[in-house]
Design a protein around this ligand. Sequence first.
Ligand code: PMP
Length: 400
Amino acid sequence: MTVSLRPLFLRHLAQTSDMPLSLEIARAEGIYLYDTEGRRYADLISGIGVSALGHGHPAVVSAVRDQAGRYMHTMVYGEYVLAPQVRLAHLLAEQLPESLDSVYLVNSGAEATEGAMKLAKRTTGRSEFVSMYDAYHGSTQGALSLMSDEYFTAPFRPLLPGVRHIRFNCDWCLNEISEQTAAVIVEPVQAEAGVVPGRTAWLAALRKRCTEVGALLVFDEIQTGCGRTGSLFAFQSYGVVPDILLLAKGFGGGMPIGAFVAGRELMSGLSHDPVLGHITTFGGHPVSAAAAWATLNELVSDPALIGGVAAKAALFKTLLAQHPAVLDFRQAGLMMALELDSFDRCLKTIRVALERGLIVDWFLFNNRSLRLAPPLVISEPEIRDCCRLLRIALDQALLD
Ligand code: PMP
């Protein structure tokens, strides 16, 4: 019998809430996690929005093993020519428009946001930012300043001054973007608001307004990127190109890495006046960069992966949207929200689903909706099986 580490987890690891899920993970493979008692859980949130290729994908594992055996950390970011970083940046730039050809590798999503904010200030000489209500761009103080929600921000004030919040998809709100705005930071599909897709015409108008007033447009694709919405990056299906693109989460295929991507000239602002305008020791860690390259390489070379997202997404919708507990079903590819009638109903469904071996979740700014963001590799039989179990959980949640 294995001794549970749960008491030590609760005692020595800092907690972020008083109700951690506390699953004791023994191993993970494909869409499944296995706990120390041998129970299997389908990871329908990719923990969270990360494991696009599923857990333990052989290409990623082998890239990690290989790179760990060659070298790990050798020098702070940006000084040495490190093959995993160069290969990753090259492959990424090949997928992007020419105006996004310079990649700054960091460790996380929040750090990508921070880097983009600094780059925008440095480039425009302005200090105001515009962000959206119910957006999440990270938990560090600059990124947190972009958050509208008082509950999460008030205890940490003062944060950065000069942040305006506007409503997502609101046309007249674009007038808030002015000659004082350094950058507008937006997710093409709002994730933590509960999967709210941007309107194409609105994103195009936003692009136009930013160009008119000389503000940079930053797309946070930390959740929407890496195939999640059915194209490699969501901006590609919208046909609206940002000045800076933020990546993390799924980008590393399970290893920690993030990036902000811009044009070479724009990015050069961080290398002079001052020199070392943004620095990081571990950003683009060779092992993470190797994993990210392997992940991106799979995503672009296996047409079934991203090409399969639309059909899988449609199957989820067919199997779930009609359930009487589901009041609304919002979706951008395999980023999905099932709106129920209350937070209690959500919590009950999440609990019952867990008992049945499914991991689902709610959203930071929409606690009436269930989050589904399965690995893109989920198969049709797996979808059918998971949806059958989820429907049972929804049935039970209705029995109140
Ligand atoms: N932006 C978005 C859209 C996110 O979903 C997240 C993470 N939930 C972040 C930024 C921050 O990423 P990280 O947790 O890696 O700092």
